[in-house]
Design a protein. Structure first.
Length: 262
């Protein structure tokens, strides 16, 4: 009986698969015969491109969608976001509260500061490239060249010469006579490397006063014989008190903002 039941179930599964394949073939045949597919509230039309201009527009749309998908990475790598979020994360660890402020608050604050710092750059890009292109005064190539120029100037100001020389050497390029001769392919990794170094230098400076408090509290507890009591449990209120007394958030935000102004 069990064997008969298993054979019957297998037949049912094969029948379902056959019906599914048959239905799929009908649907594909209908789509191939008719380039327009309709549903309640939705109409999809598929037409072959008749002119090279239509093909070019389709390629441009595909490139635009690709760029939009890479927008978060570009925002992180070509702006002040990386330095800000690293410093704030190191600050949170230095105080001893790995989950406070939460990640959402930390990322939101970093984005707000990034937009504030990058506003002059975005304004210049809008005035020089986006508005003339939307008005039809310049073509796409000219618009891209003008748009990337303010961003390159911002990255050059934050990039060390040592990092530029490193990636010029790795790219087998001679020493350029001017900054205009340095390609964006070389500038971008050099900028990221400089941002990481600057962020960790600022994070180290933030760690020092909190580290001193940890050492003092540990020495006091050790001298009192309280070796089983975690020093971080006692030092945390003192670190928070120190951070509040010196108006720590004001100093951190001010230092981060001024670090991008030369």
């Amino acid at each position: 009986m069990k064997n008969i039941t298993m054979i019957t179930e297998k037949k049912k599964k094969l029948l379902v698969i056959f019906l599914f394949l048959l239905l799929t073939s009908f649907l594909l045949t209908g789509c191939a015969a008719d380039s327009q597919w309709s549903a309640p509230g939705l109409t999809l039309t598929i037409e072959p491109a008749g002119q090279p201009k239509q093909v070019s527009s389709g390629v441009q749309l595909l490139l635009l969608i690709t760029i939009l998908s890479l927008a978060p990475s570009l925002l992180i790598m070509t702006t002040s976001f990386a330095r800000i979020v690293i410093v704030l994360s190191l600050l949170r660890n230095a105080i001893g509260t790995p989950q406070i402020p939460p990640n959402q608050v930390l990322i939101g604050l970093s984005l707000i500061l990034t937009f504030f710092i990058m506003t002059p750059v975005y304004t210049e890009m809008n005035q020089q490239a986006i508005k003339p292109y939307m008005a039809g005064e310049i073509d796409q190539t000219t618009a891209f060249t003008r748009a990337i120029q303010p961003l390159r100037e911002f990255m050059f100001k934050q990039t060390r010469q040592k990092d530029l020389e490193l990636f010029l050497e790795l790219n087998h390029q001679d020493r350029p006579n001017s900054l205009d001769e340095i390609s964006t392919v070389v500038l971008l990794p050099a900028f990221v490397l400089s941002e990481l170094r600057t962020a960790f230098v600022m994070g180290f400076s933030i760690y020092i006063p909190f580290l001193i408090i940890d050492l003092v509290i540990s020495s006091i507890l050790l001298s009192m014989g309280m070796m089983m009591l975690p020093p971080s449990l006692i030092s945390l209120p003192f670190k928070i008190l120190l951070f509040i007394m010196v108006d720590g958030w004001y100093l951190i935000i001010r230092s981060l903002s001024l670090s991008f102004i030369h």
